[in-house]
Ligand binder design. Structure first.
Ligand code: AMP
Length: 280
């Protein structure tokens, strides 16, 4: 696996790849890699692309400085995992490389309502930071396809909007969520859980499944309340348990089988905030 740290170097390398007729599949990450990330690398390779992964813990998308501080950083292990997975290229830039003028002043992206609902509401500024870093990375890598996880459903929608607004040719592939045996969505944050927190964390997925399965018998507010009570009783703090239109993310008061729906949950256990979603 080739490792680049300087953007002009990787851009030059990619220009050479493309002039040799190869296509590029890109997987941006913040490291502390797990099988969810690796599934995106595998998908890029299976689609016949040269697979390029980036690892960069992006300061501008953290609304909470303590969360940025304690975000796991495991670069050496990540390099081993990527090598084993057959990743072709790793981009490992420094803060200075991605933000040569500092992180203070930047562009504002028009993300519409996506910026203010769900994650946007609870993490003000988060999606501006995500849009900024992905915009910069797409300019450097110019991938044919961008592989992201459905685990971050709203993020996929933000990036789809960014690609459209900027008129980019990159195709966004939003790939299925990889889960642990108890249904917990794989996440870099999971490794910070204590064994007792970990034993409860699968409840989030169970709640999503109950929202999915109870739609024929109950109204959504009833299931929402059941889930809220269960999670709260077990010690979670719930930011939201919502049902939304899966195409627009407009929040729904009740099940509406004429639409494609998605259930979304954000809840913290201790100081670890987990998000997950399921198409209903
Ligand atoms: P992150 O390192 O958390 O920024 O995630 C990098 C990419 O991996 C994003 O596109 C995530 O949506 C995706 N991802 C994270 N967790 C999973 C998972 N459990 N399954 C599939 N993709 C995931």
């Amino acid at each position: 696996m080739l490792i680049f740290k300087i953007s002009s170097d990787i851009s030059r390398y990619i220009t050479e790849l493309k002039s040799a007729g190869q296509s590029v599949g890109f997987v941006p990450t913040m490291g502390a890699l797990h099988d969810g990330h690796l599934s995106l690398i595998r998908a890029a390779k299976q689609a016949g692309h040269i697979s390029i992964c980036s690892i960069f813990v992006n300061p501008t998308q953290f609304n909470n400085p303590a969360d940025l501080e304690r975000y796991p950083r495991t670069t050496e292990d990540d390099i081993l995992l990527l090598t084993k997975a057959g990743c072709d290229v790793l981009f490992l830039p420094s803060d200075q490389e991605m933000y040569p003028d500092g992180v203070g002043q930047h562009v504002h992206y028009d993300l519409g309502d996506l910026e203010h609902i769900l994650e946007g509401k609870y993490r003000p500024g988060h999606f501006q930071g995500v849009a900024l870093i992905v915009d910069k990375l797409l300019a450097m890598i110019q991938p044919d396809a961008l592989f992201m996880g459905q685990k971050d459903f709203q993020q996929c929608m933000v990036i789809a909007q960014l690609i459209k607004q900027q008129g980019l040719k990159t195709i966004l592939k939003c790939m299925p969520t990889r889960r642990e045996a108890d249904g917990l969505a794989m996440s870099s944050r999971n490794r910070r859980m204590t064994p007792s927190q970990r034993s409860l964390a699968g409840l989030i997925y169970q709640c999503l499944v109950s929202i999915q399965t109870k739609q024929d018998e109950l109204n959504f507010p009833v299931v929402q309340k059941e889930c809220f009570e269960l999670l709260t009783q077990k010690g979670f703090r719930c930011d939201y348990i919502e049902l939304a239109d899966a195409d627009t993310l407009a929040l729904l008061d009740n099940y509406d089988t004429s639409r494609r729906m998605v259930a979304l949950i954000a809840a913290s256990i201790g100081d670890i905030r987990l998000i997950d979603n399921l198409i209903v």
